[in-house]
Design a protein around this ligand. Structure first.
Ligand code: CA2
Length: 148
């Protein structure tokens, strides 16, 4: 069976490429999805690429990933720094999750340097802009290996 990854994007990331280009670049979320589709082809896998501005919807999509995907790449946006609910969802689905950020959150405001989700993710990729997505896909597929 072809392996599949869920690539999930949180609040405001639908605006990517349209505002704050000095922080997030000019790449749109559609461009990021196309980058991920190209990488999926290289890896011989499938992806589901999604975005929501709603914490509960992100949690619902995480729950639905079980049995459908072998892992999750999550750019939780600002919920990274606030959401115990998202942290609990990651712990409960028993799937490997990579925390992803376009920007280097460690080099930004103090409040962005706290992540509620880091401790329940297998790793974090940040600071490489859109290029971080295919990097995370490679890392996740290498991590699951033949397990899934
Ligand atoms: O660097 C990242 O990927 C972030 O997850 C992006 C979040 C931010 O709250 C995190 O601290 C780091 C913000 C996403 C907002 O995206 C926008 C993109 C373009 C224009 C406006 C917002």
């Amino acid at each position: 069976m072809t392996r599949s990854l869920l690539i999930l994007n949180g609040p405001n990331l639908n605006l990517l490429g349209t505002r704050q280009p000095e922080v997030y670049g000019t790449t749109t979320l559609k461009d990021v999805e196309n980058l991920c589709l190209d990488k999926a082809k290289d890896l011989g896998i499938e992806i589901e690429f999604a975005q929501s501005n709603h914490e509960g919807s992100l949690i619902d999509m995480m729950h639905a990933a079980r049995g459908k995907h072998v892992g999750v790449i999550l750019n939780a946006g600002a919920y990274t720094h606030t959401s115990v609910a998202l942290m609990d969802a990651i712990s409960s689905i028993m799937l490997p999750v990579i925390e992803l950020h376009l920007s280097n959150i460690h080099a930004r405001e103090a409040f962005r340097q706290t992540s509620y989700i880091s401790k329940v993710c297998i790793g974090q990729i940040c600071g490489f802009g859109a290029a971080g997505y295919p990097l995370a896909m490679q890392a996740l597929i290498d991590y699951v290996g033949d397990k899934a």
